[in-house]
Design a protein around this ligand. Structure first.
Ligand SMILES: Nc1nc2c(ncn2[C@@H]2O[C@H](COP(=O)(O)OP(=O)(O)OP(=O)(O)O)[C@@H](O)[C@H]2O)c(=O)[nH]1
Ligand SMILES: [Zn+2]
Length: 363
């Protein structure tokens, strides 16, 4: 018997720690490093980090490095050396693009070329999963396991942590109940919870779709601004209601409400992206400047929930070919793509055009 947390539980702790501004320790055999998130770093912790000596770096993704004109010698990331007089303001300017246009010249920035970068890479993935800016301070620490123990920090075995992050966490049904909806009185809401301590996701089942027939299905990603506030910047609200309406008309369907706000970057980062869009960048450029890919969502979630609910074939309501490809790859046959073109307006026209031009959305 053991009450010790397993590696997935330790990772959940690590995400929470980084969000709060606590350091975490990544271990790889005899090597190890202390990691702090740039976004939540306090001046006291920066001073403490500097007092440890050594050569901490600020790791950013290659997407962010491109804007900063820093060399991503490690391919998908750059390890930027900290200046001797490093300040919180310098770290914020490198990691957060909010003031890029006002102060474009941050450098010259010196990126490390030698030495391993796998702990930096893992740290960036944990920061993304924590829905904070993908920018982390990393300092190699001798006897890192002991350092973590003495300071009460979460310490993760890097190899095992990477394999947990690479694997989709199993989702388990928690409960479902009847919820009569405007779109259909025969509505039921199912709640699914992942084992890894991540966000819960929902399935809204309309009517009693037959499990051996293709079901009218929609994978909807959370959009607080569009779904709840009626934002005109995107088409999410009309798509959500339009999909439910169509399912109500046909008498059957399943809408998965996936809590992957902002194409998987979280609401705070999506608002950062909106602020960049106000400065003239489009939806894809804004994500890149923040250090993210255009789309950070994991659609395995959708196929896993459908499979758990007993569905094998879908008529998928979408304009996004990537969703179809992911369904097919994960064992859900897409027998038909059902277009979902609703909610275009003067505010979102350019956004929808960018998605068609750069992200392959079908018009
Ligand atoms: N990062 C970012 N996310 C956005 C922006 N505008 C909307 N979103 C998010 O984009 C997602 C839209 O999701 P969906 O409508 O399911 O996906 P889609 O890729 O457009 O595909 P279909 O609607 O199925 O054609 C939601 O998570 C929104 O929160 C934006 O400008 N930046
Ligand atoms: Zn939206």
């Amino acid at each position: 018997m053991s009450f010790m947390p397993d590696i997935a539980e330790m990772l959940a702790r690590a995400r929470a720690d980084l969000r709060m501004g606590l350091g975490i320790v990544l271990l790889d055999g005899a090597e190890g490093a202390l990691v702090l998130a740039a976004e939540t770093l306090s001046s006291q912790r920066l001073a403490d980090l500097r007092a440890l000596g050594g050569a901490p770096v600020l790791a950013v993704t290659a997407r962010r490095a491109e804007t900063l004109k820093a060399r991503p010698y490690d391919g998908d990331l750059a390890r930027i050396a900290l200046p001797a007089d490093v300040s919180l303001a310098w770290i914020a300017a490198i990691s957060d693009p909010a003031d890029d246009l006002r102060s474009p010249m941050k450098g010259p920035l010196v990126a490390e070329r030698t030495g391993p970068a796998h702990l930096h890479r893992l740290a960036l993935r944990i920061a993304k999963a924590a829905r904070i800016l993908p920018a982390v301070l990393v300092l190699p620490i001798p006897d890192a396991a002991r350092f973590a123990g003495e300071n009460g920090l979460t310490a993760l075995d890097a190899v095992r942590a990477k394999s947990v992050i690479d694997t989709a966490s199993p989702l388990h049904p928690v409960i479902f109940a009847r919820v009569p909806l405007e779109a259909s009185e025969a509505g039921r809401v199912h709640v699914f919870r992942p084992e890894d301590g991540g966000e819960e996701h929902y399935a809204i089942e309309i009517g009693r779709p037959k499990r051996d027939q293709p079901v009218l299905a929609r994978l909807h990603s959370a959009c607080f601004t569009g779904d709840l506030l009626g934002s005109l910047k995107c088409d999410c609200g009309p798509q959500l209601r339009g999909a439910l309406h169509q399912m109500g008309e046909e008498g059957a369907g399943v809408l998965l409400y996936l809590n992957q706000e902002g194409r998987g970057i979280g609401l705070a980062n999506k608002m950062r992206a909106y602020s960049l869009q106000d400065q003239g960048f489009d939806t894809v450029e804004a994500n890149h400047r923040l250090g993210f890919e255009d789309d950070e969502r994991d659609f395995r979630l959708g196929s896993d929930i459908l499979t758990r609910m007993g569905f094998r074939k879908v008529r998928l309501l979408t304009n996004n070919p990537a969703k179809i490809a992911m369904m097919e790859k994960n064992g859900i046959a897409v027998t038909e793509r059902v277009p979902l073109k609703v909610g275009e307006n003067a505010h979102n026209r350019a956004y929808l055009a960018t998605k068609a031009r750069k992200s392959g959305h079908l018009l």
